[in-house]
Design a protein around this ligand. Structure first.
Ligand SMILES: *Cc1c(COP(=O)(O)O)cnc(C)c1O
Length: 340
């Protein structure tokens, strides 16, 4: 069976508005003096302010519904978009949702703990737990397990959406679907693209997209931009994720290690921490294109994408995959407000 037959055989619920539009960023392209720049608007997937996690959650919630779960559990950073959209999907599917927020960003500003995604988590009615050490992935997972055990003792049927490695990467399947979608959109369009830039965090989006493109025998260059950890670690992670996808679908892995392109040029000083390049990218896209990015993921990814476009030839085309995250802007208002 082909990768697409395998995908269709897996349980899935519909959560994302797709296909997401592709737009050309004309003003930016001109301002940079480089090639053409396009954006695929996965920030517009609809679910509670949208983002890449809507596509990923279609497979997790598909499995949860199949298992007749009544409660969803998920862990993430305080300003996690994944957690916010999981709370929204749970509400939509009439399930309870417990979320665990991990302290990962040490010198966060005044709004970090109660605005942006956290505000939305509250509005969406999720039960909120906290975990003090956001670098301790195994500990955060173990704590989530113990919350699940308590729920089980109380007669609930919990389903955990895992973030750490070592679990079937169901979320990545949403980005195999996105690769199919993108290829068919480009086939109908009057332009081509030479390279894609995308934020690379847990790696589900990056690995899924890469796996999907190579399964389609499409050799498009895909550059992942580090937002969570350094390049060397991220390369390993994407390699493992691709391997895990091939195991999950029981098909051969079409991704070669030379396909995995990663830059961490805009990552410092670390996860969830702004730098000057990211701040400039956020302002530039807002002021030249009316396009909002976020401080944690897409601002950093776009900063690296802009560096690339500046250096490319006039007839080169680059596509930026906008993965969402815009509620995060409000969590960083002290650092982003030009009046401060
Ligand atoms: C989660 C997230 C990412 C990273 O996606 P992964 O699949 O975890 O690599 C990028 N951008 C935004 C806005 C996100 O919320």
């Amino acid at each position: 069976m082909s990768v697409f037959g395998k995908l269709d055989a897996l349980p899935r619920v519909s959560l994302a508005h797709t296909p997401t539009p592709i737009e050309q960023l004309n003003n930016l392209g001109k301002a940079l003096g480089g090639g053409h720049l396009y954006v695929k608007r996965d920030d517009c997937t609809g679910l509670a302010m949208g983002g890449n996690k809507a596509r990923q959650l279609e497979y997790y919630f598909g499995e949860a519904v199949q298992q007749e779960a009544d409660t969803i559990l998920i862990t993430g950073a305080v300003q996690s978009n994944f957690v916010r959209m999981a709370a929204a999907a749970a509400a939509k599917l009439d399930l309870a949702c417990h979320i665990q927020l991990e302290e990962r960003v040490s010198d966060a500003g005044a709004n970090y703990h109660d605005s942006g995604n956290v505000l939305l988590d509250h509005i969406l009615g999720a039960t909120i737990h906290t975990y003090p050490d956001g670098e301790d992935e195994a500990g955060a997972d173990a704590n989530l397990q113990s919350i699940a055990n308590e729920l089980r003792l109380a007669g609930k049927r919990p389903y955990i959406i895992p973030l750490a490695m070592g679990h079937p990467p169901l979320g990545a399947l949403g980005y195999i679907q996105a690769a199919i979608e993108l290829k068919s959109q480009l086939k109908k369009s009057d332009f081509e693209i030479d390279q894609i830039f995308v934020a690379s965090g847990s790696g589900s989006t990056h690995a899924g997209l890469l796996f999907g493109c190579r399964s389609l025998k499409w050799p498009i260059r895909i550059t992942g931009v580090c937002v969570r950890r350094r390049r060397e670690q991220q390369i390993n992670r994407i390699e493992k994720r691709c391997h895990d996808i091939s195991r999950l679908l029981d098909i051969e892995n079409p991704v070669d290690s030379s396909d995995i392109e990663i830059t961490d040029e805009t990552f410092s000083p670390g996860y969830g921490k702004l730098n000057d390049q990211t701040l400039s990218a956020i302002k530039l896209c807002a002021r030249r294109e009316g396009l909002l990015l976020d401080p944690v993921y897409t601002g950093k990814a776009m900063a690296a994408c802009l560096n690339h476009v500046r250096g490319t030839h006039k007839n080169q085309s680059t596509l930026f995959l906008h993965t969402g995250g815009t509620p995060g802007l409000f969590a960083y208002s002290p650092q982003l407000n030009p009046a401060n």
